[in-house]
Write a protein that binds this ligand. Sequence first.
Ligand code: ZN
Length: 190
Amino acid sequence: MNVVKISFIVLLAAIIAATNSCSSKNCPPKDKSASKENVQAGDGKMKDKVVMTDDQLRKKLTPEQYRITQKCGTELPFTGKYYNFKGKGKYVCVACGKELFHSDTKYDSGSGWPSFYEPADSNDIQLLKDTSLGITRTEVRCAHCAAHLGHVFNDGPPPTGLRFCINSAALKFIPDPNVPDQNIPDPNDK
Ligand SMILES: [Zn+2]
């Protein structure tokens, strides 16, 4: 295979990865929550707003959790602690602790990021238009503290057809107390 062909394949793979992944290049300010940039999410407003100072967030979060939730960072696919985790319980926001997703709606999308077909409650997430990378996508944030979580795509399974592509580092798993002996990853690990 010649170099040109290999380069083309690498470029194509990069484009597909960029358009289907959680990766994000910009991070709109948090005060956009009530702007017309919102595309949907309950009534489009922040719920039970949790306000933390930057100092509090830096103390509470690991550097990786801070980078992803506060700077719209992205963990590499197949590296997060929850992408292949099948425990029973709920996933809360790593920054404010509000419930966001439940293990019952988690599925293996093959993307390398934890994937859910719906949030625990649509009022707990906030959806924002993201035009970074030269394409229009829908960013997913915590509706309580505006932490960046990932993106949502319309190539998910029934019943919603949605794929919430969420960074592990934005989540903390809380096990179902009725399901004993779950091998739970340390939320502070990468
Ligand atoms: Zn939050």
